[in-house]
Design a protein around this ligand. Structure first.
Ligand code: GCU
Length: 605
């Protein structure tokens, strides 16, 4: 084979891959799927566990032309097909695989999922397949055709399948790979379990040829009655009329889009502001052509003024708790409305008006129930610890996850803070990386506050300083500290003072200590409830004396699994810093914090 021909083929190969890669991006994200006509694909899915990715690569590790995504079957007795979804085992979707099958508890690799379904098109012109999330990388195929790939375990994605879906015998196949990667977001090391799988709802979404793809409706910053935002149509080929209605407020606004289906929105309205005390949600309908989309939206403003956080123009203290997206009683990834009501109900019982959803976007039930219950939310993307700051792909990945998070939840009144990072090391590359994310978030959403959970440093043995250079670009300074647990005995907190040079609000985004429920002993004995309660007592005294403190979200509400916690009979691969055990038992520290929050609520600091 001549050299030119080899080069020609290589080039063709690269172009095909590039073309395929481009073509394989998910379609623009459809929002408010709950308000649309959908067909759920949740339930039992057949699976093939494929640690060697045998269904994707050949023995030369070249991608197969016909892998497991073809769902092949022997056409005759002589045919050789070495896999068969239909006789394979099954898993629940939504659900992580680790907590459904003991053999998979520590499994990191590929599992193929298949769902067969018939589909009668309800007169709708277009159909999309929507995934609430899949951890970590998902390659999606319908009827043997590649739809595309999505990377990132905690944000939604969708593909258009209008031309592919048929009346009978459709098979949707998803290769899910949760292998950790150095260039990933998150990267190799996390203090949470790497739950893999189709962890959230999967559904078919029916829409007219032209439909309301997305809209953003919130109060303009600093105004009590000016609703500003935009509407975006999909499938518009000319200027279109869009009607926005808020019947309860007597609002009926008509706007006209440009040729691409985009229209800015700006109108005045007398709306009761959303707040934890009265979490008012309005029915809002956006209609265009044959499509009409309804959502429940609260309207409120959130700003800072010096070291104050202002909700609807009034100073507020964030009485919070951190939460991982884990189903406390059942174990495994939380995904349902009931899971959300349980976790957020416990936070309310604790006296919270705020929750930090750590360290990644939680499922949409969490933010919608927070809207309903009146809990303000810190929403974060998994830029956690030490990711590859210099890698453009890693930045693109983080930027996309941020965009998907904001796109999905931008109409949730409960969300007041977008967090771009947790405990990341100071340095120029990191600063540039995070500034890039902050700029992007501000472009996407001019109405909310930007923060990050940073680390403090010692100026001298008795003085803590919160002066991470990233603070200059943030609206609210987040700080994690473990005085009394990783840093000295509980009473060390009594001897510390805090310096926060910037004139900005401080939120202590993590503090706490480990304890095993029911393990009692001396206050100085680690892992006892008494030790944990003692840490909280001293912390509360210390925090009261930090002038710019405007909130806190101790680590952590409920139990969560962690591969970094092997201590037998105490941790057993659980991080034990929670206030409520995985049987719902409240520890002494729960009541220490509850008392403090009740006093705060009564205006006694
Ligand atoms: C860190 C980190 C958490 C972790 C916690 C802990 O601050 O942000 O993800 O679980 O400390 O050590 O318990």
């Amino acid at each position: 084979m001549t050299q030119t021909r080899v080069l020609g083929q290589l080039l063709a190969g690269v172009l095909a891959l590039a073309g395929a890669a481009q073509a394989q991006q998910p379609a623009p994200l459809i929002t408010n799927v709950q308000g649309r006509h959908t067909t759920s694909l949740n339930g039992r899915w057949q699976i093939i566990i494929d640690p060697y990715e045998n269904g994707y690569y050949d023995y030369r590790h070249e991608p197969l032309a016909s892998g497991y995504f073809a769902n092949a079957r022997p056409a005759s007795p002589g045919d050789l097909v070495e896999y068969d979804f239909d006789t394979s085992e099954q898993l629940n979707v939504p659900g992580d695989w680790n907590s459904q099958d003991e053999r998979l508890l520590f499994y990191e690799g590929t599992i193929w999922y298949k769902k067969s379904f018939d589909y009668s098109r309800q007169g709708s012109a277009r159909v999309f397949v929507y995934f609430g999330a899949a951890n970590y990388e998902a390659d999606v195929y319908l009827n043997g055709q590649k739809l595309g790939r999505h990377e990132g375990g905690f944000t939604p994605f969708n593909f258009e399948v209008t031309g592919l879906v048929r009346e009978k015998d459709n098979f949707l196949i998803v290769k899910v790979d949760n292998k950790r990667r150095r260039d990933g977001v998150p990267t190799l090391n996390t203090d949470w379990w790497n739950y893999g799988g189709l962890t959230r709802d999967v559904a078919l979404v029916d829409v007219p040829a032209m439909f309301v793809q997305d809209c953003f409706l919130q109060l303009k910053k600093g105004t009590a009655g000016e609703v500003a935002g935009w509407v975006r149509l999909n499938g518009a080929s000319s200027r279109q009329q869009v009607v926005i209605e808020i019947p309860e407020a007597g609002i009926r606004q008509t706007v006209t889009t440009n040729e691409e289906g985009f229209a800015p929105v700006d109108f005045t309205a007398r709306l009761q502001p959303w707040s934890p005390e009265s979490p008012k949600l309005y029915q809002v309908t956006v209609s265009a052509g044959a499509d009409s989309l309804t959502d429940r939206i609260g309207f409120r403003t959130i700003q800072t003024r010096g070291t104050d956080i202002l909700l609807n123009g009034r100073p507020v203290f964030l009485r919070g708790i951190s939460i991982h997206e884990e189903a406390p009683l059942r174990g495994g990834r939380a995904f349902s409305e009931d899971d959300a009501r349980l976790l957020l109900g416990w936070a309310k019982e604790l006296g919270c008006n705020f929750v930090r959803l750590a360290h990644y976007p939680h499922n949409e039930h969490m933010t919608r129930i927070a809207d309903e219950m009146g809990l303000m939310v810190w929403s974060e993307i998994p830029v956690y610890w030490t990711i590859l700051w210099d890698d453009p792909q890693t930045f693109e990945n983080a930027r996309r996850q941020l965009e998907e998070n904001i796109t999905r939840d931008k109409n949730r009144a409960s969300i007041i803070l977008w967090s771009v990072a947790n405990e990341t090391p100071r340095g120029d590359a990191r600063l540039k990386f995070l500034k890039g994310l902050i700029d992007h978030a501000r472009q996407l959403d001019p109405t909310r506050l930007l923060t990050a959970a940073n680390e403090r440093r010692y100026a001298d043995p008795r003085t803590q300083v919160v002066d991470d250079p990233l603070g200059d670009d943030l609206d609210v300074l987040g700080c994690n500290e473990y005085v009394g647990w990783y840093d000295g005995p509980p009473d060390k907190a009594d001897r510390l003072s805090w310096k926060v040079p910037l004139d900005k609000p401080l939120v202590m985004s993590e503090l706490g200590a480990g304890a095993l429920f029911g393990n009692h002993g001396d206050r100085g004995a680690r892992w006892t409830e008494e030790y944990q309660a003692d840490v909280y007592e001293h912390q509360i005294t210390m925090l009261r004396n930090i002038p710019s403190l405007r909130g806190m979200s101790p680590w952590i509400l409920a139990d969560f699994r962690s591969p970094r916690r092997p201590l037998p009979r105490i941790q057993d691969f659980y991080n034990r810093k929670r206030l409520i055990s995985n049987r719902g038992e409240r520890k002494q520290a729960f009541y220490v914090l509850q008392r403090f929050y009740q006093n705060l609520e009564r205006g006694r600091r």
